[in-house]
Design a binder for this molecule. Structure first.
Ligand code: NAP
Length: 254
């Protein structure tokens, strides 16, 4: 009998971790990436790259490839993909699970300015600020509106057509507390703009607190409410086992 086909929407460290687990499950695993990063970190399973053509395209792919379970493990700010996944799951009548990270909460001594969007955060920055943007490659349009600021944008790969007042910093996560302190001190940073991604990247918030750098936190976009969401890898693996009616002996973690 053929194995059930799992389509994992990735692009995050959590998706890579989940793929490593699923590689030991009796399933056929396809991992999908948007294709924005030229040399992404490796994944277990078969990889495919590029958009599906909206929710209808994803639903067609799911049917054509006989997908038994769709898993959305995309970044909390990849809102369009998560919406598409929810709609495609409905159209193709394919179950969907979402693997998510809890949002960061301020710890004692941390005071963040909260902003609903990157644009709102950028326009709230005071004149003359030296700004560290830990917001990744999709940020350049908003930056052009503030040529009065000195900005440093960190991304994994070069961002095309950066405005002159924005200096690129190319680096691949994860970053330690010491590395985050180093980058902020080197560039005499006064303000940091960051997405509330949650997960392991909290060291930049600790570094900002230690150095007295003001944090402008971009709130998460809303996620489709209908989707069953798990915040924990063990719970996710149990749910996948149940969804696909797998023998739990074959999916137990060693
Ligand atoms: P997005 O705005 O939600 O998605 C835009 C379009 O890109 C989607 O409609 C879809 O195209 C395609 N797409 C996105 N994720 C895909 C995937 N895993 N597989 C195939 N197609 C995908 O997404 P985004 O914010 O640009 O993020 C793109 C990727 O980078 C995601 O995989 C995400 O997990 C990862 N990422 C994003 C961030 C962030 O801050 N946004 C940070 C780290 C990693 P079609 O409509 O044509 O299917």
């Amino acid at each position: 009998m053929s194995q059930p086909h799992v389509l994992l929407l990735g692009g995050t460290a959590e998706a890579r971790g989940l793929a490593r687990h699923l590689a030991r499950f009796p399933v056929e695993l396809t991992v999908s990436l948007a294709g924005a990063t030229q040399s992404p970190a490796g994944y277990a399973g078969t990889m495919r790259k590029g958009g599906f053509g909206g929710s209808a395209g994803l639903a067609r792919w799911i049917k054509a490839q006989s997908v038994s379970l769709l898993i959305d493990a995309t970044h909390p700010f990849a809102a369009a993909m998560s919406r598409n996944a929810a709609e495609a799951s409905r159209l193709a009548e394919c179950p969907l699970l979402r693997l998510a990270r809890p949002a960061w909460e301020p710890e004692p001594g941390e005071q963040w300015q909260q902003h609903p969007t990157l644009e709102a955060a950028i326009s709230a920055l005071p004149a003359g600020a030296r700004v560290f943007l830990a917001t990744g490659s999709g940020s350049s349009d908003a930056l052009a509106t503030r040529p009065d600021l000195t900005m440093f944008l960190r991304s994994i790969e070069p961002v095309a057509a950066l405005p002159e007042h924005v200096t690129p910093i190319l680096a691949r996560p994860p970053f330690s507390f010491e590395e985050e302190c180093g980058v902020m001190q080197r560039h005499a940073i006064t303000h940091m703009v960051v997405k509330n991604s949650g997960g392991a990247g909290r060291s930049k918030l600790l570094a900002a607190k230690a150095l007295g750098v003001q944090v402008l936190m971009i709130e998460r976009p809303p996620q489709p409410e209908v989707v069953e969401t798990l915040y924990d890898m063990t719970a996710m693996l149990e749910r996948i086992t149940a969804c696909l009616s797998l023998d739990s002996a074959s999916t137990r973690t060693p």
